[in-house]
Each structure stands twice: as C-alpha cells, then as structure tokens.
Ligand binder design. Sequence first.
Ligand SMILES: Nc1ncnc2c1ncn2[C@@H]1O[C@H](COP(=O)(O)OP(=O)(O)OP(=O)(O)O)[C@@H](O)[C@H]1O
Ligand SMILES: [Mg+2]
Length: 420
Amino acid sequence: MAYFIVSATLRDKESTSISLEMEKILLDAQKYGMSNVNKHISHKEKEDFFIEILVKNKPVYVNDNFKKLRPESKIIEKAKLKNTFFTIKSNERTFKFQPYKTKNLMIIVGKDVAGTEELLEKFREIFFGMILFTMLLGIIGGLIALRKILLPIKSITQTAQYIINTGKLNERIKVENTQDEFYELSIIINKMLDKIEVLVKSLKETIDNVAHDLRTPLTRIKITSELALSDQSKLNPKEALLSCLDESDKILTLLNAIVDISQIETGSLRLNIEKIQLKKLIDDVIDLYDYVIEEHGINLNVKCDENIFVYGDFNRLRQALSNLMDNAVKYNKPNGKISIKAFLINSKVSLFIQDTGIGISNTDLPYIFERLYRADKSRSKQGLGLGLSLVKAILKAHEAKVKVRSILNCGTIFCIIFQH
Ligand SMILES: Nc1ncnc2c1ncn2[C@@H]1O[C@H](COP(=O)(O)OP(=O)(O)OP(=O)(O)O)[C@@H](O)[C@H]1O
Ligand SMILES: [Mg+2]
C-alpha cells in the first residue's frame, strides 16, 4: 500500500510538470502565434523537456533533446494514437510524453523520467525485500512460538502415556517456569497426580489392611466350625456358635465403620445440621461412658458453659466425640484423669479432650488418623484402628479441624476447632 502511494505520488509529480509545460506552450502559442512559439521557449525548458510541434504533420519546432531521441517517428506515431500520457523507452532510458492534438496541430511534450523510475525500482526492491524479510521473520517466529507451545503439550502427553503404559503414578510433567497458561496447567496436573497417587496408595493400603483384619476373624470362624464339626471334638456346639457370632460381629463392625468413613468422605451421607448446645452433646457422650469410667477408676473433669453452641449433625458429632472418649478411656492408666473443656476463642468454639494415658510416640503421631493404623503400644487393647479416621471424616464434613498433641507415657490432648 505504502509502495503504491509513493509510486503514484512520484509519477503524478512528473505528469504535473509535463502538463504545466504543455499549458505554457499553449498560452505562448495563443499569445505569439504558433510560428513564433519556439522563440519564447526558454533555454531551461529546452534542456529539461522534449518538445516537438507539428502543424499538418510537419514539424515546425523540434528542440535539441527531442532530436536526440531514437526513433523519433515511433514517438510521433504513438502520440497520434494516444490522448493521454504514455511512456517510451529509448537509449535504455524511460521517457514520459503528453500529446496535445487539434485538427492541424500536434504538440508533444516529454520528460526523462528514468531517475524517478530507477528510484521507484530501487524502492520496489527494498520494499518487497523488506516484506519478504518480515514474512520470513514472521514464519520463523511463528515456528519458534509453535514449538514453545507444543513443548509443554508434548511433555503432558508423554507423562500421560508413561502412566498409561507402566501404571506408575510417580511420573510428573517436567515444568518450565514460563508463567503462562501451560505452566499453570502443568502445575495443576502434577498436583492432581500427587493427589491421585496418595489416594491410590491409601486405597491399596486400606484394602491390604482390611484383608489382613478380616483374615483373623474368618480363620477363627473356620477353625471353630471345623472343630465343632469333628467327631472327637469336645467343643460345645453352643459355645462354638457363640464364638463364631462374636467373630462375625467384629467383621460387621469393621465393614460398617469402613463404609461409614467412605460415605462421609465422599459426601454421600446427608448431615442433619442443627444448632447444638455443646454441653448437652458432651453430657450425652459421658452418659454412654459412665459405667466404664467408674470401672477404670478414672477421674473425669468437665468444663463447658451452657451458652456455647455449635452447628452440626448431633448423632454424627456424638459418634466422633464417643470415639475420642473411647480412646481416652481405653489408653488411659488405671485411676487416670480425663478432662473435657470447651472455650470460645476468637468467636470459634474449641473443645479439648485430654487424658493422662500411655501417650503416642512422635513416630506414630502423623499416622493415627489413617485407616486401620494402630500404634504397637496399644495393640494389647481391642480395636480396629478406625475410630480416629471416622472422627476426622465427620469433623471434615462439619468443616471443623482436629489437632493432637501427645507426650509418651504422660498423656494425649485432642482439640476440635469448630468454624461455626
Ligand atoms: N488417647 C490416646 N492415647 C494413646 N494412644 C491413642 C489415643 N488415641 C489414639 N491413639 C493411638 O491411635 C491409634 C488409632 O486410634 P483409633 O481410635 O483410630 O483406633 P483404635 O482405638 O485402635 O481402634 P478403634 O477406635 O477402631 O476401636 C490407636 O491404636 C492408638 O495407638
Ligand atoms: Mg479408638
């Protein structure tokens, strides 16, 4: 576009200068008569322009410039045919002419435009060279940008392919800190893979642990039944059946707890949220453990104002507190202490359950909320290792947090922080 504007402007300038010269000659012709016109054509104009005047096809004036043009007749022939500007190449140069024609008269005025044409030619070369260069630069830039875009996609595809082929979830996308959308996408996919890896690992561990925990009661049922059925057995059939019933109860409890936890974790279990007076909830739990507390000679201390309220599902929260109470009793020392205290801190309700029991070692502490995890020290007591997983799942569903601190052989304190 720029090229066409420049070339049109330059060519226009040449045409205007020829036209002006033509007008001048015509005015002089009117003023002095055609035969005297040549006397009035100035020396400079004679040099710059190519002028020929013909009357009845006979040249009456030809300036020196025009005489040098070869073949002169070709220009006259073309001027006869054209009514406007035309160009002619002569002696390797370009000339532009304008004809003026009446019945008897013909004036031809021309100019050497080789300079302009050369300039335009050079301009054209530079201009199109630049366009070509810009296009090449664009293509190269585009290819580099495309490669940059495709590189992270390639890395994502390779990672996904590796995981599909090997089944190993530990592979991650190689992330380059480009701070663009692909960088964010790679980070998110890597985080998602981290989460999936943890979930698959915990699922595998749960399945292994459940299989292990099911094996013991099932083996006992099998052995007891075989013994009861054998001819020489001294086992009372009623006793054998009671033992089998006891073992199947354990299996059912285990399975129910696992189903409960996963239902709460996946959110498929509906919570019946209501405003709960915390004191009432605590009293309800203590009622359940009254007998056991007395039996173990435990000293219970409760401190909770009646105006402390929380929002939640009463039955589920009672289930969570019961499990914490169960642990506080089960892992306590004889004649130990349990204290339950509730406070309003920064308009949030915090509930502390503290015991003076066997405590939890620092190596066990990070795992106690995992399904089926039991510290070696507590294996002498009955349990499935599911109580705290249930506590965590219930509290998470209530958007409440649970924290634990423990000193081995001194005691443990669990703290629940309700958000509302
Ligand atoms: N108050 C506590 N004092 C000492 N150890 C505890 C206490 N609470 C939990 N633990 C440790 O954490 C482990 C997991 O507790 P969790 O309640 O999940 O399982 P559990 O009590 O063994 O069995 P379950 O609750 O299913 O009958 C326990 O086995 C025990 O080692
Ligand atoms: Mg427990």
